[in-house]
Design a protein around this ligand. Structure first.
Ligand code: PGA
Length: 253
């Protein structure tokens, strides 16, 4: 399995800036073996950026979908819309969606079902708050998030789980490598409880939250870590390209 690296641009970049970035990225990493690069971008840019990715290692995805497919929901964007605009992937349940827009494990589950129905590979974000970690409730929170988010999703329906501790996002701090390994091992075990051990190995587990070129290689090298997600670093081409180089090194490519 190649190392997966996803970018989350959030609400940043003009279309022209985005185009220039993706053209450069596809030129440099479009044929890279050993890494799968998923660029999660603002929805209005999907149809313009998709064709620039080529048909190699770079993929385009959305940052969110609504939990209905069609109807009177002014301003919302749905799974079939993303798909028809050329997205192959979508981020679901990012902590900023949970904090600012009311996403819950239940709505994340509805979104994930719609992503699967519309053949979008979802990256489902889970993660604890600082209080939950320090208060000793972290594993309980993560277990609930995994079980509720995956409810009704068959093994093999393509999705990844991204462990993104809320306190690490945009904060310049990460858990220690030991803590990431411990958490990922727990998440893998929980997914195995849901799907069985064999199918659980096929669900990529990614780490996100203050990933930089400096820590990418070590994090990607941990057991039960299949890749990383980058927010802030992915906005700067050179930073992101360096992180991709480190992910490739971790993959031995
Ligand atoms: P960060 O964001 O890399 O800036 O911490 C990660 C994310 O929000 O997915």
């Amino acid at each position: 399995m190649p190392v997966i690296v996803f970018a989350n641009w959030k609400m940043n970049k003009t279309l022209d800036e985005a185009r220039g970035f993706i053209e450069r990225l596809a030129g440099e990493f479009g044929r890279a073996r050993g890494v799968q690069v998923i660029m999660c971008v603002p929805s209005p840019y999907l149809s313009a950026l998709g064709p620039l990715c080529g048909d190699g290692s770079v993929y385009i995805g959305g940052e969110n979908i609504y939990d209905r497919e069609w109807g009177p929901y002014t301003g919302e964007v749905s799974a079939p819309m993303l798909r028809s605009a050329g997205a192959t992937h979508v981020l679901i349940g990012h902590s900023e969606r949970r904090r600012c827009f009311g996403d819950t494990d239940e709505s994340v589950n509805r979104k994930l079902r719609l992503a699967a129905k519309n053949e979008l590979t979802a990256i489902v974000c889970i993660g604890e708050t600082r209080e939950e970690r320090e208060g000793g409730g972290m594993f309980q929170v993560l277990e609930r998030q995994v079980r509720v988010c995956l409810r009704g999703i068959r093994a093999g329906e393509t999705c990844c789980l991204a462990y993104e501790p809320r306190w690490a996002i945009g904060a310049g701090v990460t858990p220690t490598l030991e803590e990431i390994e411990e958490t990922h091992t727990f998440i893998r075990r929980t997914v195995a409880d849901v799907y069985g051990a064999e199918a659980a190995v096929a669900v990529p587990l990614l780490y996100g939250g203050s990933v930089t070129p400096e820590n990418t290689r070590d994090i990607c090298g941990l057991p039960h870590v299949d890749g990383v997600g980058l927010g802030g670093c992915s906005l700067d081409y050179d930073c992101f390209a360096r992180a991709l180089g480190e992910a490739l090194a971790a993959a031995g490519a």
